[in-house]
Design a protein around this ligand. Structure first.
Ligand code: ADP
Length: 324
């Protein structure tokens, strides 16, 4: 019988994780369940870093970025011995089910654990990369997108004052969603993303002499893993082919993860947190809570992890068409 839910945040932190934790805690309490926060993701599960949460423990956190219950990357959880220790913690703490908030890696670990120990696990997608299949958006994506857009707006002011090409390196792991959509929102000249190659042609198209004539500044976004060496490599490529342009590289780095979550991320996190608790009450297991066409859906973790989410061709075309 379901009496106590454990909740953890794991992997890369994302703005809105706190709102999701708050929602899980309060939804569980409102349904007469106990809820225990597990600190530092799977590391805390192994080490037994667990605390019973009340409604007050999650007050005043909806607007805060990061995660108050901390996140970590934990190699031990990838081993059978580590997962056995994690299970021992669940037994000791009388935790009957887990809500794991994180990305692809977090879900991979959660799914394995659920299979080995017959523990119901519900995933909530918390990652700025928006790379999980089965959900239109992940918690943190909208905030990160807005952060990047604001950075581009600031760079634009200086870019228009000089004949320079600005290369801005954006996060995203294997996915180009952040980069492409930030490029659209920031009116950028090009987006170099893993899903669209070859890169040399893209650069030529974007800043090659013909197209550049009508422009007085160029900002090109480069997804961190689209090319070995990231934005710096693209800068070298440009200067080699077009010595007339001087380049400037800006790596946004961890700035992209920070900040107060947008309204969209807070609402998404709140809805998903409540839905995760309801899913457990309904006897669901090994599913991710997703959002599709503004409806909450449950997606098997295996699909969320293994199926590849494609970028929208119309978005790609919009970026290309509008950057001339
Ligand atoms: P994210 O959840 O943001 O994708 P990571 O890829 O770092 O972040 O994964 C978070 C954690 O999930 C890892 O530190 C590890 O504890 C666990 N994890 C990831 N992959 C596996 C795996 N194949 N088996 C077991 N646990 C895993």
């Amino acid at each position: 019988m379901l009496k106590t839910i454990g909740v953890l945040t794991s992997g890369g932190d994302a703005p809105g994780m706190n709102a999701a934790v708050r929602a899980v805690v309060r939804a569980a309490i409102s349904q007469g369940l106990d809820v225990k926060a597990i600190y530092r993701g799977y590391k805390g599960l192994i080490d037994g870093e667990v605390k019973t949460f009340t409604s007050q423990d999650v007050s005043g956190i909806i607007q805060r970025g990061g995660t108050i219950i901390k996140s970590a990357r934990c190699m031990e959880f990838k081993t059978p011995e580590g997962r056995k220790q994690a299970y021992d913690t669940l037994l000791r703490e009388h935790i009957d089910a887990l809500v794991v908030i994180g990305g692809d890696g977090t879900f991979t670990g959660g799914r394995l654990f659920a299979q080995e120990y017959d523990v119901p696990v519900i995933g909530i997608p918390g990652t700025i990369d928006n790379d999980l299949w089965g959900t239109d958006a992940t918690i943190g994506y909208d905030t990160a997108l807005n952060t990047i857009m604001e950075c581009i707006d600031k760079l634009r002011d200086t870019a228009t004052s000089h004949e320079r090409v600005f290369l801005v390196e954006v996060m995203g792991r294997d996915a180009g969603f952040l980069t492409l959509n930030a490029a659209i929102a920031g009116g950028c000249e090009a987006a170099i993303i893993p899903e669209r190659k070859p890169i040399v042609e893209q650069i030529e198209e974007a800043i090659g002499s013909g197209r550049r004539k009508s422009k007085n500044s160029s900002i090109v976004l480069v997804q961190e893993h689209a090319i070995e060496g990231g934005a710096a490599t693209v800068a070298q490529m440009i200067e080699k082919v077009h010595p007339e342009y001087s380049t400037r590289v800006t790596v946004l780095g961890h700035l992209q993860r920070g900040g107060s979550p947008t309204a969209n991320d807070r609402i998404l996190a709140s809805r998903m947190g409540v839905a995760a608790v309801q899913a457990l009450i309904d006897g669901q297991r090994n599913v991710m809570v997703g959002i599709q066409n503004d409806d909450i859906v449950l997606v098997p973790l295996s699909k969320a992890i293994h199926q590849k989410k494609d970028i929208k061709e119309d978005s790609w075309q919009a970026m290309m068409v509008l950057s001339i």
